[in-house]
Ligand binder design. Sequence first.
Ligand SMILES: Cc1cc2nc3c(=O)[nH]c(=O)nc-3n(C[C@H](O)[C@H](O)[C@H](O)COP(=O)(O)OP(=O)(O)OC[C@H]3O[C@@H](n4cnc5c(N)ncnc54)[C@H](O)[C@@H]3O)c2cc1C
Length: 629
Amino acid sequence: MENKFDVIVVGAGHAGCEAALASARLGLKTLMVTTNKDHIAYMSCNPAVGGLAKGHIVREIDALGGEMAINTDKSTIQFKRLNTKKGPAVRASRSQCDKALYSKFMKETISSTPHLSVYEGEVKKLFVENSSCGGVFVGDNEVSLLAIKAKATIITTGTFMNGVMHVGREQKSGGRAGDKASIGLSGSLKDLGFKVTRLKTGTPARLHKDSIDWSKTIPQPGDVDFFPFSRKIKKLQLPQVNCYLSYTNGKTHDIIRANLDKSPLYCGIIEGIGPRYCPSIEDKVVRFADKDRHQTFLEPEGLSTDLIYVQGMSTSLPVEVQYEFLRSISGLENVNIVRPGYAVEYDFVHPTQLKRTLETKEISGLYLAGQVNGTSGYEEAGGQGFWAGVNASLKILERDPLILGRHESYLGVLIDDLVTKGTEEPYRMFTSRAEYRLLLREDNTDERLLEKGYKLGLISEDSMNDFKELLRESQLLRKRLKNTTLVPNLETLERLKSISSAPIMKPTTLEKLLRRSEINFSTLEAFIDLKATPSVAEKVEIAVKYEGYIQRQNELVDQSKRLENFKIPLSFDYSGVVGFSNEEREKLQKIKPETVGQAFRISGVNPSAIQALLIHLKGRDKLKTILVQ
Ligand SMILES: Cc1cc2nc3c(=O)[nH]c(=O)nc-3n(C[C@H](O)[C@H](O)[C@H](O)COP(=O)(O)OP(=O)(O)OC[C@H]3O[C@@H](n4cnc5c(N)ncnc54)[C@H](O)[C@@H]3O)c2cc1C
């Protein structure tokens, strides 16, 4: 076993895999250490990737040169596009994956990537000297720890640090079912001065498919049209399956209510805060007491497994209670539980202790990414892993860091939220967290990010050329819509009437017609043969229909960029600035924002404080000149 690397990644989950691949692909000698080699890229919970805002993150990882999108497309067993009838900003893709294949494909990619090795072992503590992390100590006991050196270390330990699993009043040490907890590393971080506290999350039971009466459930097929997450994948690779819908009922809720005293959540055993937006069924029954039913989707975990994931029914009630309430649900009257649901409590590191590169502020060369930073979900983890892997590598290579703004990516929103606002509960991405969400659509991901991935060295020349070709096609189509005019003859008027659209009185361009809410690209094709690739047609339709809104958001971005351009040195002393309240001074000193824009987003820091900060940084006269430019 070699003991000197450029980058060590601790963990082989969704964050760890992206971090290790990014660093190795940038040419750095990388070691990924994991407590369980068989569980690389293991899906601890729902076997699905994507959904609102999360799907956007997956596409962003792809545009920058990460792996999650390709891996998801390759293992998709059901694809759906959500919110197709709503505005373009909130349309999103979701793939149900074959859990075993997801892990297998990622393992294959990792083992075939040059410069990347995997080592099975537990990182117990960090090697830190003069506020700089020089590597890790791996092993089972304190006396025979193996020292492995590296220029950068990225911790991606998910739910494993001091993990405790709960089923009813039973508690067991563990990072998740089938994996032991990570003991030691959390203490090492605390000893270094990091603020570490507890969170919790939970998962539902897995059911045996032959014990379900499917005739009593409602089939939920996937979409016929597939919009791959990755540019590299053109079509579905696996047979597609149905999911099924059923509902809880009054009896289910009565059983849960009658057993709340056995739930570790409700009898005070669990202290960590759980995910607000992914509540357990106990939580739902208590918080939404007026609802007489909750839906539950029965989702196959793969093509060659008998396991069914029962979505929306995460629980930590005792097994016998899980049986009782599940068997009250239509179709599950005789169900067999293969693995009970459980909750897991774990240590996380408050992310306001990180720079925007995800390097810690206090210990150089030490990065944190994924659920260990207080997030929840594979996509949030993958995005952070990629970001940390790239930035750790760029620092070693003495290149500029990769920092994406809130206006150019959900990844930018995610990282900025974490390092600026922190989180006290599992953080999940939503479209509502992005103030410029009309600019951050799935359809324009490559326009926003592909060139950045190319400049990083993670996107090939061929991909860049294909993209330029697609852009050319969009521009040509837009030109055609601008230059093609329909005259108000009988045929046109009849066609407009047939789609309940108002008549035109004078020659009108196709572009103008497309702005009408009742007209979309396919209705336009009834007037004239436009022949466009579906993704190009969608891109152009959105650009035309939402032009005014997009322009307004771009203007807002330009205004906010001025504050973003004011850099604040990490060593800046806020005690010398006149005009702050005590609370503002304290928060600024703690978060140490890297730009005035970031300072502006700290809750409790008012516009007057920002004005005072700007004056201090630039001087009153110079500031006036800069702000009016
Ligand atoms: C019970 C449960 C329920 C969940 N429910 C949901 C949900 O409802 N919704 C949702 O979005 N997400 C849920 N998740 C979260 C989802 O699984 C995670 O967000 C995602 O897996 C986090 O990815 P990660 O890479 O940060 O960590 P993980 O995927 O957890 O990977 C951690 C990795 O670190 C390794 N490791 C840990 N400690 C050490 C060490 N000291 N040395 C070496 N290796 C180490 C492990 O072996 C593993 O490879 C749930 C997770 C669990 C466990």
